[in-house]
Design a protein around this ligand. Structure first.
Ligand SMILES: Cc1cc2nc3c(=O)[nH]c(=O)nc-3n(C[C@H](O)[C@H](O)[C@H](O)COP(=O)(O)OP(=O)(O)OC[C@H]3O[C@@H](n4cnc5c(N)ncnc54)[C@H](O)[C@@H]3O)c2cc1C
Ligand code: SF4
Length: 510
């Protein structure tokens, strides 16, 4: 039997049991394809990052004695389509059996199922062996439920793995240290310097340019800062645990206009491409904390563990529970197009300008910038969730649909009507001012609700609650906002809503 095994671009798990032994009759296939570069307009660092990491993986497999067929983007034999490439290889190498690892994206999962239906040879699907929780576990947790709350999911997985547990109780007697973890960063402590990964990626960049596929964003091809193989990914993990984890929790919600990374791990690309396993990431963080609890408090490490064990695995559960319907949800019926400045950062609103320009420069923004700046504005302005998904999917190096769409359409836009979160994440300028330093350099005044230079977030915020009253007023977590709104005088409300409408009608020039 001659077997063809497919490896997708986000299946770069060198620890997978497939690679435990060399098998004479197994051929691995990896393809750089236009079908993958063109389904959204991606950031150039995302395309380069994926291709370079795939090539590194293919090289390592070959060095370890495996047989690999690798199609580069401009290879003449590359049909640029998964089905066509597979069929071509099956004929060329007299393949009698096909195997693949279950994709994390619905799009690719459906495509592969369809391909397999048309095959005359046998096939088998394997797990990627990547996630902490299995598909069976997800089914037990999610199927038949009305809602699954992150907190109960997180606690179940933490107990199952014994992460930060003392018997059946959480270490420190509390599951959640969020309360200690919401600090503004005022320049101290110093943010980590000397990031340990620097790559030269000019050759791949030139090939992508030759292929003429469309892309957005900037790249420094002489100093590409994302890890491109397992060894570099482990280096980033070690760097994080040593220098950023001691302050991760405290400043995870902080924003700074000059410091894009603050104390964040920058591990999402290595995790989402599966170069790192979430278990080893959590274990490394817990080990660092146990070794030096004076430097790394429990609140810091719990904040980090919660992101990986809780949010990341939970979002995957939501995705497979609710797809494909999830991709069409639009609870508020939002229809507005995305302002053109989302693609350039050219807006007078400093928080948006800085967050967008940073995203174009680094293919990165941290969670609060994604949620409370770009996402917050889009929700208040009533942007169509399709346009938002396309933007988030394209611009971030870590954006793969299963984790992008659940965060964007679910957590950030509440387009799911409350599947992921219990209330919409919206705020006025107050939150952005409290958690960052954008407002001090802004054309607009964060303290002003109406009149010249009033911050758009303020009037849009109250307009959002007013127009969505029928959908939100009964939500117990929001009730207080309506108490405040109801207490406002009619004149105040009129001025506020007129201000909001004026800003929305001139949204392109905000
Ligand atoms: C609108 C929106 C879109 C997002 N799109 C993506 C996306 O496409 N891909 C993606 O990986 N993350 C996404 N996130 C989650 C989060 O913003 C990123 O995981 C994080 O910013 C990556 O940077 P980091 O590795 O430095 O993370 P850190 O802040 O250091 O966090 C550590 C790790 O925890 C995980 N994590 C943290 N928050 C989340 C979350 N909400 N959901 C899932 N995992 C989480 C990530 O794997 C991350 O690497 C999105 C969030 C929002 C609000
Ligand atoms: S004033 Fe408003 S628009 Fe300007 S930075 Fe602050 S929150 Fe953003």
């Amino acid at each position: 039997m001659k077997t063809l095994r497919l490896l997708l671009g986000d299946q770069l798990n060198l620890q997978h049991s497939w690679f435990k032994q060399k098998e004479e009759n197994v051929l691995y296939a990896m393809f750089e394809m236009r079908q993958e570069t063109d389904y959204a307009k991606h950031h150039i660092q995302k395309i380069v990052g994926f291709f370079v990491a795939m090539r590194e993986m293919a090289d390592t497999l070959e060095k370890n004695g495996h047989k690999v067929i690798y199609y580069k983007i401009n290879d003449t034999s590359n049909k640029q389509d998964l089905g066509l490439n597979l069929t071509q290889l099956m004929l060329e190498f007299d393949i009698t059996h096909f195997e693949y690892q279950a994709p994390d994206e619905y799009r690719l999962s459906s495509q592969l199922e369809k391909i397999c239906k048309s095959l005359e040879i046998t096939h088998e699907v394997f797990t990627t062996e990547h996630f902490l929780v299995s598909q069976d576990f997800l089914e037990k947790m999610f199927q038949g439920k009305k809602q699954v709350i992150l907190e109960s999911f997180y606690r179940t997985v933490r107990k199952q793995y014994g992460f930060l547990m003392e018997g059946s109780e959480p270490e420190g007697g509390k599951w959640n240290f969020d309360h200690d973890n919401r600090k503004k960063w005022n320049g101290k402590p110093e943010v980590p310097q000397n990031f340990p990964v620097h790559n030269e990626v000019s050759a791949v960049y030139e090939e992508i340019k030759t292929s003429a596929c469309a892309f957005i964003g900037e790249i420094n091809t002489k100093d590409f800062l994302w890890p491109i193989n397992r060894s570099q990914s482990l280096t980033v993990l070690e760097f994080f645990c040593k220098v950023a984890l001691p302050h991760f929790g405290s400043f995870q919600d902080a924003m700074d206009q000059k410091e894009p990374w603050l104390f964040h791990s920058r591990l999402s690309f290595a995790l989402n491409t599966k170069m790192l396993h979430p278990k080893e990431v959590v274990e490394a963080a817990v080990k660092a904390y146990k070794k030096n609890p004076q430097a790394i408090s429990l609140a810091q490490v719990e904040g980090f563990v919660r992101q990986i064990v809780g949010w990341r695995e939970y979002m995957r559960g939501i995705y497979w529970w609710k797809m494909p319907e999830f991709a069409k949800l639009n609870y508020f019926g939002h229809e507005r197009t995305l302002p053109k400045w989302f693609w350039t950062g050219e807006t007078k609103m400093n928080c948006l300008s800085k967050s967008i320009k940073q995203s174009l420069e680094h293919a990165y923004a941290h969670h609060i910038q994604r949620l409370m700046v770009t996402g917050n504005f889009a929700l208040l302005a009533g942007i169509h969730p399709d346009a938002l998904d396309e933007w988030y999917l394209g611009i971030y190096i870590d954006a793969i649909e299963w984790v992008e769409i659940t965060n964007t359409r679910g957590m950030s836009q509440f387009a799911d009507g409350g599947i992921v979160g219990t209330k919409p994440y919206v705020s006025s300028a107050n939150y952005i001012q409290k958690m960052g330093n954008y407002c001090s350099n802004c054309f607009y005044e964060y303290g002003k609700k109406t009149g010249e230079k009033a911050c758009p977030f303020n009037s849009l915020y109250w307009r959002f609650y007013e127009i969505n009253r029928p959908l939100l007023e009964k939500n117990p977590r929001i009730g207080m906002m309506y108490v405040t709104l109801n207490k406002m005088s009619d004149t105040n409300k009129k001025e506020l809503f007129e201000q909001a409408e004026k800003y929305l009608s001139g949204i392109e020039s905000l």
